[in-house]
Design a protein around this ligand. Structure first.
Ligand SMILES: Nc1ncnc2c1ncn2[C@@H]1O[C@H](COP(=O)(O)OP(=O)(O)OP(=O)(O)O)[C@@H](O)[C@H]1O
Ligand code: SF4
Ligand SMILES: [Mg+2]
Length: 352
């Protein structure tokens, strides 16, 4: 099998918070996240606010260090590389963020914004650089009249097109898009999503694509990882996860999408309570405070991510043989393989 483009291996991130030394709090923004992206794949990350999506993006882009774990890009650990190697690899990974206004220097024109990366990497001559800038603008649906405009004077959609142009200018292999359309009106959002789909195809890009909107993920991605309080609770191909969500949280999210298929009506799993904060992490399964199908064990032990098929994983005790009796009818028995998660979860599988 070919080497994956990106491998996130058992990544955790703890942020220390202020306070007196003997009462210092910390937030575990990510807990043992492992995900792999093959070249050309588009992986969606979905989860509510504070679930760790942006922290994961920043760690993948080398903008923040993991507390533990590794990020392998083209086979090399980006957090253990020499600075020169990291710079070379960074050219291969580009980012598009939600708040593009903040990512542009207000004094720069679109021309200077787009010339800068070519100049930094000393690509082409002065004339050929300008030619490349014009070409990339056309590629994202903008014309030459944009060159002397300032990003802050553009509409949200136009500004996001400039951000996309900047991201694809250096022909990266990976694009990390963190909520790239969340700040846009719905009609503009649809056009930008179409553009992102088109350029992925044309330039054979690999996407790590974050959204809190499962509908957006379904439109742009091949696979999805669902995050809850810093952990991946379900991961699999879009078609499988949407047709057959196997974690109670995913099931609630999928059912919250407006129904086009009446057959799906009434199969919901309600979410209980409020989402917990990162500083007061629930014990056991982090989802147990909101889970309508929880068991006694769930507040004491943490489930692993159990493999349901080669490509589909879910972190819920109901997938283990131990709980075959009384299993909700929509839960399928897993293959009892172990992939990350706690040893407590593993013992739940082996005990039978
Ligand atoms: N620099 C930081 N210092 C302290 N805590 C942080 C820092 N960055 C993120 N966090 C905390 O880590 C957790 C995950 O935050 P993150 O921004 O990754 O979530 P998110 O899923 O991107 O949320 P949103 O959907 O709101 O963008 C949150 O509890 C957040 O408060
Ligand atoms: S392990 Fe328990 S609390 Fe967690 S999702 Fe499954 S049933 Fe719910
Ligand atoms: Mg975020």
């Amino acid at each position: 099998m070919r080497e994956p483009l990106l491998e996130i291996r058992d990544v955790s991130k703890v942020f220390p918070l202020g306070g007196l030394p003997w009462r210092r709090q910390q937030i575990e923004a990510l807990s043992r996240v492992s995900l792999t992206l093959q070249r050309g794949e588009s992986l969606g990350i979905v989860g509510e606010s504070g679930s760790g999506k942006s922290t994961l993006c920043r760690i993948v882009l080398g903008l923040a260090r993991p507390t533990t774990g590794q990020v392998l890009f083209n086979g090399g650990d980006i957090h253990a590389m020499a600075p020169a190697d990291l710079r070379r690899q960074r050219r291969q990974m580009q980012a598009i963020f939600q708040d593009t206004a903040a990512s542009f220097n207000p004094r720069q024109s679109v021309r200077s914004v787009l010339l800068a990366p070519l100049e930094v990497h000393q690509i082409g001559t002065r004339e050929s650089r300008l030619q490349q800038v014009v070409e990339v603008l056309h590629h994202v649906g903008l014309d030459n009249s944009m060159l002397d405009r300032h990003p802050h004077g553009l509409s949200g959609g136009q500004r996001q097109r400039v951000a996309i142009a900047r991201a694809i200018l250096l022909r990266p292999s990976l694009v990390v898009a963190d909520e790239p359309t969340s700040a846009l009106d719905v009609s503009v959002q649809a056009r930008i999503l179409n553009l992102l789909r088109e350029i992925r195809q044309e330039l054979q890009l690999t996407y790590l694509f974050v959204s809190h909107n499962l509908g957006v993920i379904r439109y742009v991605c091949d696979s999805v990882a669902v995050m809850y309080l810093g952990q991946v609770v379900e991961h699999g191909p879009i078609a499988q996860v949407f047709a057959n969500p196997q974690h109670p949280y995913t099931r609630a999210l999928v059912n919250a999408i407006p129904l086009t298929d009446p057959a799906r009506r009434g199969r919901g799993v309600p979410l209980l309570g409020e989402v917990s904060s990162g500083t007061h992490m629930p014990s056991g399964c982090r989802f147990h405070t909101r889970c309508s199908v929880r068991m006694e064990l769930c507040s004491a032990e943490a489930p692993a991510l159990y493999a349901l098929s080669n490509e589909h994983r879910a972190a819920c005790f109901w997938h283990t043989p131990r709980f075959a009796n009384g299993r909700p009818d929509w839960i399928e028995a897993g293959q009892v393989a172990h992939d990350g998660g706690s040893a407590a979860g593993l013992s739940a599988v082996q005990e039978k």
